[in-house]
Design a protein around this ligand. Structure first.
Ligand code: ADP
Length: 162
């Protein structure tokens, strides 16, 4: 039987409980989900790609249906390379929709065999993003309700050394 593989791409700088919620729900639909960190030269990141991969690994704790990877270049090329057909994206608000709609349409144009599956954020996480979590953590605010414990610890370390 054909295994259903989906790619969940993003910056994950760092991974939040909002990401994990989408990932876990994605695993209900697919046999394997590849969490793929995109190297994005336009975005200045707080964590290196390796640090982000380690944080994801510790956050999903040995779930064998989750694969953690990173890629450079076009998402459509990466999706072909790993023999996947589906891409998972989370949607928080209307503001996400416009960009996601454009990207999904562009990607479908580049690879007609690929489909983007959108999952709506859970009510507990619609306001959670890596960016807002970093902003709060930078000023020593509590972020424990929005990120896994390892991420909370790493954020504290990052911001205390500055
Ligand atoms: P990008 O840099 O591509 O926006 P992110 O790391 O911010 O990547 O997010 C990856 C994916 O996870 C995106 O589809 C984003 O919409 C989704 N996502 C992020 N935070 C949440 C959340 N709180 N609830 C649902 N989806 C989310």
């Amino acid at each position: 039987m054909k295994r259903r593989i989906a790619v969940y791409p993003g910056s994950f700088d760092p991974i939040t409980l909002g990401h994990i919620d989408i990932l876990m729900r994605g695993l209900e639909l697919f046999d394997k989900v590849i969490v793929a960190i995109a190297h994005n030269i336009q975005k200045k990141s707080l964590f290196t790609v390796q640090e982000r991969m380690d944080l994801i690994k510790k956050s999903v704790m040995g779930n064998e249906n989750v694969i953690i990877d990173n890629f450079e270049g076009l998402l459509v090329d990466y999706v072909k390379k790993v023999n996947a057909r589906f891409v998972i994206r989370g949607l928080r608000a209307m503001s996400d929709f416009e960009y996601e709609f454009q990207m999904a349409s562009m990607n479908r144009n580049l690879n007609i065999g690929m489909d983007t599956i959108f999952m709506m954020t859970s009510k507990d996480y619609f306001f959670v993003s890596s960016r807002t979590v970093k902003e709060v953590a930078a000023f020593g605010g509590p972020v424990g309700a929005f990120v896994p414990e390892v991420v909370e610890k790493s954020l504290k370390e990052k911001f205390s050394v500055k």
